[in-house]
Unconditional design. Structure first.
Length: 335
């Protein structure tokens, strides 16, 4: 008898503890809006608060609720810890809608719970969804259908048109440009013209080459004087505008004599001596002395350096308002 009483007592305590544990589990259903228009969408949340050591199974919500409410999408079950570290909250949401007006009662949903091996269930509350239609003012009579609202254009939408206009403009420009070039007998595509070097730069570079090769020391005296005078003739034609490449030595000398003031008397004398000596070597087979070869090259250098167009540079000093022009004079030693 005493044993039976003890067993009954323990069983009663177990049921009491289980009942107390179950009472601490709370299930709830809610809508983020209880009133919608036909076709609008609303969120239905079902959630449960329970101890961490209790297993809870969420109810299965069908695709259609009370025949007229449709479930469009559903989320997974999200779990959150509560302030009481022994409890958690689990929530699942559904996106629902309805295309019939009316007031619809969504019934409670039952959660299955496992309390230490004892299977039980706990319901949520029921919620009501009110679906309304648009109010129509019959006193105004038939009205026109409103046109769709125009959305503002975005950059992504207008970019193809902008690029198209730019492309068409480029094609038109290219056609007009090519027609104009053909009328002027010019190529459609032309390389940019390289800036012309100053006459004295070209002449001095050529004289440096002649000096380095020293062909007069190899018995090529005629070739040496031909290259030397050709260099001077090209310089004179580019620097003074005298057609020295087409003139004889006497004609070139006469051009300088007529146009007084182009060169100094000293430079005129050196040029005359050099051209006349070169004619003797080239046409009379005259054999000059080695000193004559060196002097001729030196006179060519002096003539170019003394008659070149001077490049002036403006020099500004800090704290001063004056400027000075410096002349660059090149001196050459003939060895």
């Amino acid at each position: 008898m005493k044993l039976k009483l003890k067993i009954l007592f323990v069983f009663t305590l177990f049921l009491f503890a289980t009942n107390v544990q179950a009472q601490r589990i709370k299930a709830e259903a809610r809508l983020d809006s209880a009133n919608i228009l036909i076709g609008d969408q609303v969120k239905l949340f079902i959630e449960v608060n329970h101890p961490k050591d209790v297993n809870v199974q969420f109810p299965v919500v069908p695709d259609t609720i009370v025949d007229l409410i449709e479930v469009i999408s559903r989320s997974g079950v999200d779990t959150f810890e509560l302030d009481d570290e022994k409890f958690i909250k689990q929530i699942q949401s559904y996106t629902i809608t309805s295309f019939d007006s009316g007031s619809y009662r969504i019934p409670p949903y039952w959660f299955k719970i496992d309390l230490n091996g004892t299977i039980d269930s706990i319901p949520s509350n029921g919620v009501t969804l009110n679906v309304y239609t648009m109010e129509i003012d019959t006193t105004k009579g038939p009205t026109d259908i409103k046109m769709p609202y125009g959305a503002p254009l975005t950059l992504k939408e207008v970019t193809p048109y902008i690029l198209g206009v730019i492309l068409i403009g480029a094609i038109i420009f290219f056609l007009l440009y090519s027609i104009k070039r053909k009328k002027n007998n010019k190529p459609i595509f032309a390389r940019p013209v390289k800036p012309k070097e100053p006459a004295h730069i070209v002449a001095l570079r050529e004289l440096d080459r002649i000096k380095a090769e020293k062909i007069w020391q190899k018995g090529k005296t005629k070739q040496y004087y031909s290259e030397l005078t050709d260099t001077l003739r090209e310089y004179i034609e580019d620097r003074f505008g005298i057609r020295a490449l087409e003139q004889t030595s006497d004609e070139t000398i006469e051009s300088f004599r007529v146009q007084k003031g182009l060169v100094s008397d000293k430079n005129f004398g050196n040029l005359t001596q050099l051209l006349q000596l070169a004619d003797l070597v080239k046409f009379a087979k005259f054999q000059p002395l080695p000193d004559d070869d060196n002097v001729s090259l030196m006179n060519a250098y002096f003539f170019v350096n003394d008659t070149k167009k001077e490049e002036q540079k403006k020099v500004e000093a800090k704290g001063k308002d004056n400027s000075e022009n410096d002349e660059n004079i090149e001196e050459v030693e003939i060895k």
